[in-house]
Design a protein around this ligand. Sequence first.
Ligand code: SAM
Ligand code: SF4
Length: 348
Amino acid sequence: MNKQMKATQKNNELVDMFSRTISYLRLSLTDRCNLRCIYCMPEDREEGLKILQHSDLLTYEELLRVIKVVVDMGMNKLRLTGGEPLVRRGVMDFITALSKIQGLEEIRLTTNGVLLKEKAVGLFEAGIRKLNISLDTMRPERFKEITGADLFEQVWDGIETAVKLGFEIKLNVVAMKGINDDEFTDFARLALKKPYQVRFIEFMPVGKNSTWDKRYYISSTELKEMIGTVGTLEALPGCRMDGPAKVYSLTAADGSTGRIGFISPISHHFCDTCNRLRLTSAGTLRACLLHDHEADLKALLRSGGSDKEVRALIKQTILDKPKGHTLAEDLKTPDQAHCQGQMSRIGG
Ligand code: SAM
Ligand code: SF4
């Protein structure tokens, strides 16, 4: 069989029932985190969040095995997330091992930036070039209110360190009316000054104890109007390719330019082009962030499952990937069930 036929056969395994090619794995390395963001881990502030035991996580050896199978099936892009991926012990050696997997073209990382200053050089040396960094406010006092920790300066230093090293950065801002909406234009101005893309994410109701409330919700359409007061927004061609974000150039009156992304899971869902599969920190495969159906990969691995069986389970999960979510519809009815899974365990 020639190389091209092999590649086509591999990719066929990644095509779901709706002709989407699932080429991207999001891996939640841990559900632990050094922050407690109000929109992600609110439970822990009150009654205590149920955190996984170390033995519940897939070991690095198990993860490397699964990733090799996934890459052999034709997936070439991996995102490490969590919880906070940088708090897991041994993560740097794991990333170095990942970077040696033939065919894995890109390893990306989503982080809250708390440990970035100390780990940025190591991440760069291990081959990571793209970082998504979460930052919802540029005001230290507010940062403490949103995340539960007084660590704004540390995160900011981490971002500056990463910029200097030459990482390609996207800054993720969860948009919350009445909480950080008075800073959206400041974030847009930041995008004019800095080399990174600022992306606004619609607040999603994920997890059974979600703090989501209609009052906090602000749609990308409203956001765009606000950002439009800073400069002219123009959709960039091919912006659907940039993950789930629609990306725009922002040009201010003084000629300065920047990039702004909008991620709109509620107002303009992107299910028809979703290319993601998730491996949760509990070792389950999850085909959709907003559907609770998961396949127990860890049980298969720990009961002696072969690579062939692992591959079959991944393939089946892809075939079971739902067409899309119905969040916008569900939210019209108060208390309508949406997904129960915890964001930090699934990986966002
Ligand atoms: N700890 C890392 C971080 O904060 O970047 C990675 C994990 S976090 C779960 C991944 C992303 O999900 C972050 O950008 C975070 O802002 C986003 N996120 C968490 N909960 C959310 C929610 N309810 N709605 C929208 N985005 C959310
Ligand atoms: Fe931690 Fe990230 Fe969740 Fe915030 S969004 S609590 S930083 S996992």
